[in-house]
Write a protein that binds this ligand. Structure first.
Ligand SMILES: [Ca+2]
Length: 234
């Protein structure tokens, strides 16, 4: 009986190791716990895009006085200043890009930084553009929860299958170059050209169902965004 139990434990161990191997992703050598993180590093944007066609769709450098017709303000204090999108307090009322739709397969590039020592800067992509308390579509949060957790989350910032980086501490006033690549249900998030987090969604949000909006988000950080670029991947 004891041997049977041992054999059972070993078998389960082998099965769980295999499953774990398929679903485990390493970020900067750190293991991230989740069922939905899916690939081992290193991965580069160039390797993901190899053989694909990337077509620019939309750019915004925000070098003008007003946000203009491409942007819709849900609330908060979103504004342009010194050629940069700024918000000091928005309480999750977003600044939504209504002038361009995100294709399901796309690359998003932008710069974001925080003037707050607790960082906590974020944006949403492939959302429905509506008002939600905790994120729209896929949320990308850098140094959230007082600079303790960075995440990719789907439809809700606190959802159970969100992927997390609890090791990296971000810096106040440091400009982070962000690149998000999505192909189907696979999403890669690069920060300063290094893979930061990745998310596998078995039931990806689709533009045909209305999930096609990018939005800048903020609770009460000194949040800054600039140099947005969106490209279609085929
Ligand atoms: Ca600018």
């Amino acid at each position: 009986m004891r041997y049977l139990a041992l054999a059972l434990i070993l078998t389960l161990g082998i099965v769980s190791c295999k499953k774990e191997g398929e679903n485990t992703f390493f970020t900067k050598g750190k293991r991230v716990e989740t069922g939905l993180i899916w690939e081992k590093s290193p991965v580069t944007a160039e390797s993901i895009l190899a053989g694909k066609t990337v077509t620019p769709l939309f750019t915004d450098t925000f070098d003008r006085p007003d946000l203009g017709p491409n942007w819709q303000v849900q609330g908060g204090d979103w504004r342009l200043e010194d050629g940069v999108v700024q918000s000091m307090k928005a309480n999750n009322k977003n600044l939504v890009l209504t002038g361009a739709a995100l294709p399901d397969n796309a690359m998003i590039e932008l710069k974001m930084w925080s003037g707050s020592d607790f960082v906590d800067i974020k944006f949403n992509a492939w959302g429905d553009g509506g008002e939600h308390d905790h994120g729209d579509g896929y949320s990308f949060i850098l140094g959230g929860w007082k600079n303790r957790v960075s995440v990719i989350a789907k439809l809700h910032e606190h959802e159970k299958s969100r992927v997390e980086d609890r090791a990296t501490r971000l810096a106040q006033d440091e400009v982070y170059r962000v690149k998000v690549i999505r192909i189907g249900g696979r999403i890669w998030w690069f920060v300063n050209d290094e893979i930061f987090l990745a998310y596998l969604d078995p039931k990806p949000l689709a533009a045909t169902a209305g999930y096609k909006y990018l939005s800048f988000a903020n609770w009460e950080s000194m949040a800054y965004f600039d140099d947005l670029k969106i490209a279609k991947i085929e």
